[in-house]
Design a protein. Sequence first.
Lengths: 143, 257
Amino acid sequence: MLGDSRKAQEVFHTTLREAALRAAHGELPKERFWLFRDARWRCLEATEADLQPESLKLDEHDLAPHAASQIEQMEPTQLAVWISAAPDPQRTALALFCLDEFDYNEILDLADLKLTELSRFLVQGRRQLQAWLDGKFPEATNV
Amino acid sequence: MRTPRLSRGQRALLNCAPINQGKLTDRSMRSAVSRAADSPEFANQQNFDRAVAALVTLIPVPPETAEWFAEKDLVVGSKWTWKKIVRNPAVLAISIAVVVIAGVSVFQVLSRLHDFPGSATARKLLTVAASTRPVMLDPVSTEAGTLSDLFFMKHGLEHYDVPEEFADFRTIGCRVFEDEESRRIAQIWLAEKRMQLFLFPAERNTKTGAVLGFPGWRYVSQEGWVGAVKEQSGVCFMAALRGGEKDLEPYIAKTKE
């Protein structure tokens, strides 16, 4: 969500502190995902002052059969930065989906999205990442 | 392999298909995924997502944060407590149904516990006894035991004998009638406690024709009436009166002594 481990750590600790305080007062919300929802808003707040992604139309390519080998060439932090550069709510959708911890209903609930919106964000994200991969690792395209 | 025709909804679901197939908990998602399982586009998407997810696991997490998640699931499923299970409408509905079925079964078992061959006919005859008026019978004033000859001579009914326990009681009237199954039934009205006696054919095995006998006296009750039934020589005898078993017991116990 943030593409910055220091900020991520701050948000994580702030969220945990909030949870501990609420627990101490017996005010923990019964909502199952409130901690994630809370962390998400804190992440968005933390990036408000940062440079915002430009609203330009990114290139999109069809998914290539060799995309997996292109992705293997990426640095993990590159992927984190790439996702965090996406405008929200696409950023939330991609981050939650790629974590592979939530099913689509849970993502819809957490990110306040409709199914068609989540579908569009994921399709766009994949196609944009493919275009980025094709630009970054063109040699793998010809393998 | 061609991509199967999918509705817009299914296509949207496919785009959100979980990376891990173990997360296919949603029925509509399972259906969409199974329809597209063989399509190359979907296989491409899944390979793409798996590769991304694998890379995500390699994104470095600060050690201070990582230790929070050691041996812990990121998302803990909601626990099923007994209270929650009991309050579940499906569980509640099934429990009520099971209790009702069990209740009916227990009732049926208890009601059939004292059943014997001919008990159904005996119950029907208790209903007849409750609705019979003295004017419906031919007036006969004699000892009940002597009516066996009358039944044999006048109606051709063999072994329609009144057991010795009831043979000495004075009669008010008697008749022979046919029930709905054309079985001939002898009915005797006694002066003693307005008791009624019935003689009817014992039940037989439908295949062999053998009499389905039973030892001793058996009780049946119906709508406030009680009957003591005995089988002898292929004929059932029933003494019936309004009341309970304790009202009939003295007559039967008398002979046992």
